[in-house]
Design a protein around this ligand. Sequence first.
Ligand SMILES: Nc1nc2c(c(=O)[nH]1)N[C@H]1C(S)=C(S)[C@@H](COP(=O)(O)O)O[C@H]1N2
Ligand SMILES: [Mo]
Length: 368
Amino acid sequence: MIVHDAESAVLETPLELLREHLLTPKEIMFVRNNQLLPGALTLSPNPSDRWNLELSGLVMPARTVSLSELSRLEQTLTVAVLQCAGNGRAFYARSAMASGTQWRRGGMAQVSWQGVRLRDLLDSLDLRVSANASFLAAEGLDPAATPAGDDYEQSVPLEDVLNTALLATSMNGEPIPAIHGGPLRLVIPGYYGSMNVKWLSRLRFEEGRSSSRHHAQRYRTFRDRIEPGTAPDVTEETTSSTWHQKIKSVIWAPVEEERRFPGPINIGGVAWNDGRTEIVAAELSTDGGNTWCRVNLEAPLSPYGWYPWHATLWYGGNRQLASGGTFRDLRVRAFDAYGRSQPDNGSVHWNPSGYEWYGVDRVKIDLH
Ligand SMILES: Nc1nc2c(c(=O)[nH]1)N[C@H]1C(S)=C(S)[C@@H](COP(=O)(O)O)O[C@H]1N2
Ligand SMILES: [Mo]
């Protein structure tokens, strides 16, 4: 793993490992903790048999739900891409460096989650949510990083997630590992990783959004274009939360600066988005973006999953290069059914914290 922070555990998956699996095994799955956790980061802050999920706010009656109660309710299985909103942040440095972990492409994973859909939980426990409740606030049990710091909490639009959000207890067919939020995690397929609150302890149904710094100040992008390197004030009017994942594709083979010799070169990667609109095509350029051709796109395991794509480039060799080698610029971009794609220059969406990078992916390979 690429260790960005060993103390709190911020770990990125190298592409050479990520591309080996359709479902990312827990052993190589990226980790992003905002807090310092006790127990060497591998222990759940509370044992499963004493875990309670508190449901409060604009819901009647307010109550707690134990894990064994959850396990008796109807279970739903979903495959989804979990991606840190900061994945790709390092590429913003092409215009100005954004602050935070310099993730490249490996701050993501595709896993299967199992749990109880929020809608099913409310229906089967006969809970009534007030019509005034527009947001769902989710709180994790991890302590704030400093005594005065805010708890990790996020809110999401209730209506939008009611049928998709999962109170997940299993990942890839086994109990969710503690480091990934076990025993209970809020999983919102299609949403950025930051909204998938680990060690879920409380869900509040509310009229407004969470005032936690992690929600109100962090994990936001500016609605209008801002000058790279500047940091305008963050207000509710000028910024949006990192909720729905933007359409994105990456090249994960070959990897950056990989050396290739005459013969076929297998190029491949994945494309994905928020799962609300089908991805219909991906295009590859082998000449730095001048010309593009369609690549083979495979169906995803779920609308929220990766669409694998691949192409073969024939490299005939070039005697003039025999000694030195030369770089070839590969680029990929995906399109959804609405025709939406990725910006050629991802930095047009520059923001101080470097969230939601979804620029055309570029990889240089070294031809010999
Ligand atoms: N309680 C809690 N949930 C959290 C976080 C956290 O620090 N605390 N980090 C979030 C962020 S920013 C990301 S990208 C994902 C990372 O999930 P993973 O560690 O399972 O890969 O968890 C999210 N959920
Ligand atoms: Mo994240």
